[in-house]
Design a protein around this ligand. Structure first.
Ligand SMILES: [Fe+2]
Ligand SMILES: [Fe+2]
Length: 209
């Protein structure tokens, strides 16, 4: 099974702006960058997992109940695709996809899953992360401060009630501390500083502090 075949399948499935094909390619390239500094990485598993990791995103976006988790849905879809192509390391790829999401219970256990997790989180940080956060907010009709209250849980079922500042407070703040790999932490630390500066300033200007 060639990477081009997987790319063609993923491109058909993905249309979300903030989780677009561009996001997949950035994550893929970050995976290669991080993997270059790690030992004993199965590059075939990592490359395939990076390409397929958000394939369930459309299903989660269309769901209003908050029950659909794109990591779980994506893992199921990836298993079906890889089985059909007689791919051998299905369980390894499945674990990477299940564990790539910070809100999913499964923790990354393998080096490939840790690299994918870090690469995916790094793309939520820095200038790209800020751009994606507001792009996602616009796509789902969110407001900047509408009824801004910190919810008890870190997940709001109706994504239109979420907002970019809440996303920062609940998920993006301290993201650098959640990363696993040495190279991921190095890139993440610098991007976190930029992200923190931006949201501190935004809250000051909006008098939210
Ligand atoms: Fe994801
Ligand atoms: Fe992703």
């Amino acid at each position: 099974m060639s990477e081009q075949e997987i790319m063609a399948i993923v491109q058909k499935e993905i249309s979300c702006n903030s989780h677009s094909w561009e996001h997949i390619m950035r994550v893929y390239n970050l995976c290669l960058q991080i993997a270059a500094k790690e030992r004993n990485v199965d590059m075939e598993v990592l490359r395939v997992a990076a390409l397929l990791h958000d394939i369930g995103r459309e299903k989660e976006n269309k769901d209003k109940t908050g029950k659909v988790d794109h990591a779980i849905e994506g893992a199921k879809m990836a298993v079906a695709i890889l089985k059909e192509k007689n791919f051998v390391k299905i369980e390894e790829v499945k674990h990477c996809i299940l564990a790539h999401r910070k809100r999913t219970a499964e923790e990354p256990k393998t080096i490939e899953a840790k690299i994918l997790f870090d690469a995916d989180k790094i793309d939520c940080m820095g200038a790209v992360g800020i751009a994606r956060n507001f792009m996602f907010a616009g796509q789902h009709g969110q407001r900047l401060t509408l009824d801004y209250k910190m919810p008890k849980c870190s997940y709001i079922k109706d994504v239109s009630k979420h907002n970019p500042i809440m996303e920062y407070d609940l998920a993006l703040k301290n993201m650098d501390k959640k990363l696993y790999t040495k190279e991921g932490k190095r890139i993440g630390k610098e991007r976190q500083a930029y992200l923190d500066d931006f949201f501190t300033r935004l809250k000051e200007e909006m008098q939210l502090n």
